[in-house]
Ligand binder design. Structure first.
Ligand code: PLP
Length: 355
């Protein structure tokens, strides 16, 4: 006798990058976390949180954080929705806009969480193959029969950016909702965000997170921006106290310290470009990255390690990167960008392994 719904029983557990125990001295470059601490103001806020913040229920509407976000992005407060990480908003999007028997389309490979979340709501997902150069086939996406399109831009784990003109083509030609997951947009060429489209098109929903550029993975805060009607629908579907009081305050403090974050973003981009050049010196093929990670193909040959073997050899040297079994990724490694010093350890290890 099972108590479990069949579609849940059939789900496979979502595969994450390995999580070495806290405090272990490993180089963790497998979840695209920031190598830099959160802003000083965030840490001070954390230290001065009073007992009341824990005793009282949090603000269900996330009022102050929403006001700060509406100010930052120059949209109305009723166009902003905050979630317990953008992962929660992904679930809500499927719950509220897709549902059982309907379907999403998403380029493949992309962020695979969308497939498992869709399946957990008995929704289908159509995979739209990337072109040979790992760019997105916009025509195929537009012509899909899906109810909702999902575009991760810049894409993960490829790091490639779809130019805003092409995003607008999709948005203007597809009749259904288009979700644009901009988790990595802070690391892309400025002016690439689809945020302006959320003002002009009623079928656009932009997803952002405090996890990557703001170094707040553990606090779990994400948000989305869209027309008011879409935001109201998410509010109806959400858990009543979805973001705890502490995380609301930390995210708000992070926004006040924007100049600090801008500096860490600039540093990450410089390190990324220098590291990509180093990898090319080692005869890796590197996709041009607009994110805080690179997807790269190690040189192949009879005497050479495969990508999977390299991944395992790096773990032996206490360096954790990401390897995917997906047929279009299995010959590659995804390496998050740490500090310059950390990336030097990676290039040193790789050049020892390759020679
Ligand atoms: C990391 C990531 C997220 C999830 O971020 P959280 O806000 O931490 O839940 C969403 N989308 C993509 C593409 C990501 O890489």
């Amino acid at each position: 006798m099972t108590f479990i719904l069949p579609h849940i029983e059939q789900l496979s557990t979502y595969v994450l990058g390995e999580h070495p125990p806290d405090g272990s001295s490993v180089l963790k470059l497998n979840q695209n976390e920031s190598p830099y601490p959160p802003a000083q103001l965030v840490l001070e806020t954390l230290r001065t949180i009073g007992e009341e913040s824990i005793r009282r229920y949090p603000d269900t509407a996330c009022g102050e954080l929403r006001a700060a976000l509406s100010h930052r992005h120059n949209v109305k407060e009723e166009q902003v929705f905050c979630g317990n990480g953008s992962s929660e908003i992904i679930s809500l999007i499927i719950k509220v806009f897709v549902g059982p028997g309907r379907c999403i389309a998403i380029p493949d490979p992309s962020f695979s969480l969308y497939h498992s979340v869709a399946a957990s709501y008995q929704a289908a997902s159509i995979r739209i193959p990337l072109r040979d150069d790992y760019t997105i086939d916009t025509d195929l996406l537009i012509r899909s029969e899906a109810d909702v399109l999902v575009l991760v831009n810049p894409n993960a784990p490829t790091g490639r950016l779809l130019p805003l003109v092409e995003v607008e083509q999709i948005v203007s030609q597809f009749r259904g909702l288009v979700v644009i997951d901009e988790a990595y947009m802070d690391f892309a060429t400025p002016g690439s965000s689809a945020l302006p489209l959320a003002q002009r098109y009623e079928n656009v929903l932009i997803l952002r997170t405090f996890s990557k550029a703001y170094a707040l993975c553990g606090a779990r805060v994400g948000y989305c921006i869209a027309r008011k009607q879409l935001i109201s629908a998410l509010e109806k579907g959400k858990d009543i106290y979805n973001i705890n009081a502490i995380s609301q305050r930390l995210a708000e403090a992070a926004l006040r310290a924007q100049t600090y974050t801008d500096r860490t973003i600039a540093a990450t981009k410089l390190t990324r470009d220098a590291f990509s050049a180093e990898l090319e010196q080692l005869e890796f093929e590197v996709l041009p990255s607009h994110t805080n990670f690179v997807l790269c193909t190690p040189p192949s040959g009879p005497e050479k390690y495969t990508a999977r073997e390299l991944y395992q050899e790096l773990i032996k040297r206490n360096i954790y990167v990401r390897h995917f079994e997906h047929p279009r990724l299995s010959d590659k490694l995804r390496i998050s960008i740490g500090t310059d010093e950390e990336m030097r350890l990676v290039t040193t290890a790789l050049s020892e392994l390759l020679n």
